[in-house]
Write a protein that binds this ligand. Structure first.
Ligand code: NI
Length: 216
């Protein structure tokens, strides 16, 4: 989410109010087009984002429904994969990315919920505890273009994982960070946000996906 976004660019709950009105380009009337969901991106940023998104598997690809395997070897190949995923996520303006989304069935995820932070990598993450408190927030997904849905999830989680060197780490996360981790762990289990919403919302999301599909 970079500018927001769960794995994508889309967790929008983070909207920073002070930045509500960046210098907008002069309004061009676009009577036919529906209001664009996201603010216009700088063309270079948009091009980089499109190039990154081309590497991300999209809805319909069976790999997104496949459970990833635990990582057994913490070697340079794994670290290269983590680096590449971090770059793709950053270029795609996402806040998280799971290996399954780039067609790699390893239990690896990367995320960054604060722009200045370094990209965090979790290998073989296990959510070992979730709090009782839940909240609903809008999520998007780099694999589900244009879909934004309200997902209810626990606010607090505790996660055990390894870093890319195989060292054990434990993370207690809340709010957006907890949400992103849960979203990405879902990906590693072959679960998409479409499974986390009501039937009604899912119908609507499927319509958006169909409309976003390039024609034959
Ligand atoms: Ni996603």
């Amino acid at each position: 989410m970079a500018n927001h976004a769960t794995d994508q660019a889309s967790l929008r709950s983070e909207a920073t109010p002070e930045r509500e009105a960046p210098e907008l380009a002069p309004e061009e009337p676009e009577p036919e087009e529906p209001e664009p969901e996201e603010p216009e991106l700088d063309p270079e940023v948009a091009a980089r984002r499109a190039a990154a998104l081309a590497h991300v598997r999209k809805f319909g690809d069976p790999v997104l429904r496949t459970r990833a395997r635990p990582v057994a070897r913490f070697d340079d190949a794994l670290r290269d994969e983590v680096t590449r995923m971090g770059e793709l996520m950053t270029d795609a303006l996402g806040v998280g990315l799971a290996a399954t989304q780039v067609g790699v069935l390893n239990r690896v995820l990367v995320y960054r919920v604060q722009e200045q932070a370094r990209v965090a990598a979790l290998i073989n993450p296990e959510i070992e505890w979730v709090g009782d408190e839940q909240e609903i927030m809008e999520e998007g997904c780099l694999s589900l273009p244009a879909v934004h849905v309200d997902v209810e999830r626990p606010i607090h989680v505790r996660v055990r994982a390894a870093n890319e060197y195989g060292e054990p780490i434990m993370i207690e996360a809340s709010g957006l960070e907890a949400r992103v981790i849960q979203h990405e762990v879902d990906h590693l289990d072959g679960v998409l946000i479409l499974e986390r919403i009501s039937r009604q919302q899912r119908k609507e999301a499927m319509r958006v996906l169909r409309d976003a599909q390039p024609g034959p």
